[in-house]
Structure formats: structure tokens, C-alpha cells
Design a protein around this ligand. Structure first.
Ligand SMILES: [Zn+2]
Ligand SMILES: [Zn+2]
Length: 101
């Protein structure tokens, strides 16, 4: 179970490694692969790729894809229509589009 993700290489791992700094003798938790920073991991809800949980529910590629598709969709509307849509959705979360007037 890959509970964590290495911020160095993006690899998942189940448990952090303990690394003791030879200079100071201080122990740090690091990723086992790169001995670098890591975060709690989640799976992208679109493609299943491992991502840092703090990034949200989609990986960067799926986020970009969604935004690109939305932009393409907007291109089908005239500037006046886009203005009307913008007003209708002003401040309305897109996760609840049924509330838009
Ligand atoms: Zn790594
Ligand atoms: Zn994805």
C-alpha cells in the first residue's frame, strides 16, 4: 500500500525511512528512494496516478486536461454568451451547477 509519495521522483512507498544526519546526529524521516521530502499520497480520481494528497483529487495532467476541455467548450460561445454565463455562475461553485440561474 503506497501511503506516501516521494517529492523527488514521484514514487510511492508504504513507510518513510529514517535518516540520521552524520553531521548533527539528528534523525529525519525521508523517502526511502531519494532520501528527500515526501507527502501523504492519494490516487488521481481520473487516471489512478499517485499524487500528493494536498494537490486535490486530480493529478496535474488530468487537471490540465479538464481545464483545456473547458476552454475548448467556451470557444463555442460568443463573447456575449460567455458574459451571460459568467454572470449566471458568478460566485456559484461549479460543483453545484444546478443552482445557477
Ligand atoms: Zn524518490
Ligand atoms: Zn490523473
Amino acid at each position: 500500500m503506497e501511503r506516501y509519495i516521494c517529492l523527488g521522483c514521484g514514487q510511492g512507498f508504504p513507510w518513510p525511512a529514517q535518516y540520521r544526519d552524520p553531521q548533527t546526529g539528528e534523525a529525519h524521516l525521508t523517502s526511502p528512494c531519494c532520501r528527500t521530502a515526501f507527502r501523504e499520497a492519494d490516487r488521481c480520481q481520473n487516471c489512478g496516478r499517485l499524487i500528493p494528497r494536498e494537490e486535490g483529487r486530480l493529478c496535474p495532467r488530468c487537471r490540465k486536461d479538464a481545464v483545456d476541455r473547458f476552454r475548448q467548450l467556451l470557444d463555442r460561445f460568443t463573447p456575449a454568451e460567455r458574459e451571460a454565463i459568467n454572470n449566471a455562475y458568478d460566485g456559484v461553485p461549479l460543483t453545484k451547477p444546478e443552482r445557477a440561474a
